[in-house]
Structure formats: C-alpha cells, structure tokens
Design a protein around this ligand. Structure first.
Ligand SMILES: Cc1ncc(COP(=O)(O)O)c(C=O)c1O
Length: 390
C-alpha cells in the first residue's frame, strides 16, 4: 500500500469541503469535492519534521532564510531540469496569484491587453480584470485529440491589439498540456517580434508524466526579457495553504521595478513555518515527489482505461502533466443544466464546471485527482451507475 492510498478525514475548514462554498457553487453541500487543485495527501515527512522543529523551538522572532530557500530552488531546478538559475534573481511573494497581480502592474498600464489561451485556470480572468487590464483570448485549438496553440490567430491579435503580456500556463491547467520545445520556440519568437512579455506560470512544472518533458521559459536563450513564475511548493508538495510564490526576473531593470513594488508593499515577508517547510521540500522532498508523480500517472491510466472500456460516453483529454483531468461530456447529448444535475445532485460529485475555464466549455468538467486512487475509482463507478440509469 502506498502512503497516497491513505484516506484522511475531511475538515470543514478546508475550502474544498466548506459547506458554504459548496452550496454556493454546486447548489448543495452533499457532494464529494474534486474541484479545487489541492491534495488529500499528507506532505512529505521531511516537511512535517522541519516544521515541527520550528514549532518546538517556540520562538517566532523575525527571521529570514530566503537566500537558503532560493538556493534550494535553484539547485532543485538544476538537478531536475538542468536549468541554471541565479538565486539573486528571485523575488519572493506570498503566492502565485500575487506574483501575477504584481507583474500585470509592472509590465502594463490599465487598459492594456493580456493574452491568455482558454480554456485556462479561471483565476487568470479575475486577476487580469482586477488589475483593469483587458483579456485578449487566444483560444487553444483542439486537433488530433490534443490542444495546441493557435499561432495564426495569436499573430493577428498581436498585430492589432495593444497586448503587453502573454500569460502562459505551462503545464497548462486544465487541459494538461506540457508545452513542447518547438511550441515554446514559436511563442517566444512571436513575443519577441511584437515586443510582448511572456509571464510563464510554471506552478505545475513538477507534475509531468512519462514521455513528456517540461521546458521552462528560462531554458531558452532569447528570453532575457521574459519572466517566469517558478511556482511555489504549493502544487508540487501539496503545501497549498503553506506556500509562497517565486518570481524569477533576469532583466536588471525589470527586476528592480518588480522588487521595488514588492518591497514597498512588504509582500516579500513570509512566515517561518512556510520558509522552513519550503526549504525541507526542495532539499529533502524529491523521492516523495517522484513517488507522487508515479501514483498520479497510475490514476490517470486507470481513468483512461475505465472510460474507454466502461464509460465511453465521457472522454478524458489525457493529461501530459498536472493533477487536473479535463473531461468532455458532450457525447451524453444533454444540456448544461442536465449535466450539473447529473454530476452534483445524482452522482454527488463536485467537479469544477468547464465554463469556469472558458465560455464554450459548458459540457466539460475538470476533476482534481490528487486523492487516494480508491476514491477516484469509486467516483467513476458511481458516475457510470448514474449514466447507465439515464
Ligand atoms: C496555473 C495556476 N496558477 C496559480 C495557481 C494558484 O497559486 P497560488 O495559490 O499560489 O496563488 C493555481 C492553482 O490552482 C494554478 O493552477
């Protein structure tokens, strides 16, 4: 039995279980949550041990171990991605969305365009709107059973719209693409040609399955003016409520601009538990992450087989990375409301509705699979029963 097979009791204070949230999103609190991108698993024991040491120390004097943390993240990236990073180019903030909110403000003016590729992580819409920037949607194309960039449309939009930023999601939530080197080369070429900055959200970079390879935006030679958000320990180590975000800026002028904004608002101050947990994660959490990725891939393969053999009315767009799976229910030939009724009321499964990620995706849903395999299997078996009874 794997450590990831263990079921831990749900807590109402977890956002995913909170009856108030569930009721407002799904119309009922009587369902199993598979909607938010966090984990049911306990973190690696090295993280708990290091945080326990701090709790036992019992002294929370102002403390700063950021240089140790950024060195640990740099070493991790060198080991795993052969990426040479300078720990001095990191800017720490308190989350990935905070990082994006800051970059939108330093790289563009109110009213400027920010390009996204829908279907995409729904908070991208709010963070762009919250900064009074304009969303430029360059939807992904679906070809040969996989999503790809629409470079032709992208170029036309870059020519005609006042786009300042391309907010890239790599790996892409919710469709699970891990962008190939060639795709990223074309993207960088266009961004450089039209003088647009790529802000690359790489928070899902460590959850990548067999036959796929993660390429950070920083691994390309002509990207000095582009910016990576190297994510945070959140998605990789299941530290969602115990994480920071790390912006990596190579261009000196841009670094100073961002650093000044962050420090002027004191957004770089983090808590000691988060800092020590992050340090332990990046120095001692590698075996746990490797096991996690294998476990998740087994789950993805189980779902794939089950849908093909037992529930062909639902199609999974098989992910290359991330623990989100993007499910297409259109073969059921039911309306959006009927799909909601079927999922939330009948099957009692709280998946994230597809329209969160893009207008035309009302017959899709995103499922978070960072749960014990048994729980995922039971969910699909329940779904089959409900669909068989339609
Ligand atoms: C692509 C992406 N970026 C950012 C976040 C949120 O990161 P944080 O909680 O650090 O703000 C998520 C969470 O699901 C995500 O999927």
């Amino acid at each position: 039995m794997s450590i990831f097979d263990i079921e831990h009791s749900p807590e109402n204070n977890f956002v995913k279980n909170n009856p108030k949230y569930l009721k407002s999103m799904f119309g009922t609190a009587e369902l199993q949550p598979f909607w938010i991108a966090d984990m049911d698993f306990k973190v690696a024991s090295a993280i708990t041990e290091s945080q326990t040491d701090i709790v036992e120390r019992g002294i929370y004097a102002y403390e700063d171990i950021t240089p140790m943390v950024t060195k640990a993240i740099s070493d991790w990236n060198f080991r795993r991605h052969n990426l040479k990073l300078n720990p001095e180019y990191f800017i720490q903030v308190n989350g990935v969305l905070t990082a994006i909110a800051i970059l939108l403000r330093t790289l563009s003016e109110e009213g400027d365009g920010v390009m996204i590729q829908t279907p995409v992580y729904h908070q991208f819409f709010s963070v762009i709107k919250g900064a009074n920037r304009k969303i430029i949607d360059n939807p992904l194309k679906f070809e040969n059973s996989r999503y790809t960039f629409d470079f032709e449309q992208m170029e036309n939009q870059l020519k005609s719209e006042s786009t300042k930023i391309i907010l890239l999601c790599n790996p892409h939530n919710p469709v699970g693409r891990v962008w190939h080197q060639k795709e990223l080369e074309t993207l960088i070429k266009l961004a450089n040609q039209y003088q647009v900055t790529i802000v690359s959200d790489e928070v899902h970079s460590e959850i990548v399955y067999s036959n796929s390879k993660f390429n950070s935006i920083l691994s390309f030679s002509n990207t000095e003016n582009h910016i990576a958000i190297l994510g945070s320990p959140a998605k990789t180590f299941g530290m969602q409520s115990n994480a920071n975000g790390y912006i990596y800026v190579q261009n000196k002028e841009l670094f100073e601009k961002n650093y000044n904004l962050v420090t002027s608002m004191y957004l770089h101050h983090g808590g000691a538990l988060t800092a020590y947990g992050t340090l332990a994660a990046y120095t001692k959490g590698e075996v746990w992450v490797n096991e996690l990725v294998m476990y998740l891939e087994e789950t993805v393969n189980w779902i794939d087989n089950f849908l093909i053999n037992d529930l062909p009315q639902i199609t999974m767009i098989k992910p290359e990375g991330t623990y989100q799976v993007w499910l297409d229910f259109s073969k059921l030939k039911i309306s959006e409301d009927e799909l909601k009724e079927l999922m939330f009321k009948n099957a009692k499964l709280g998946l994230a509705p597809g329209y969160w990620f893009g207008d035309q995706y009302n017959l899709f849903m995103r499922m978070n699979i960072a749960s014990p395999k048994q729980k995922i299997e039971d969910a699909f078996k329940t779904l089959k029963q409900v669909i068989d009874n339609l």
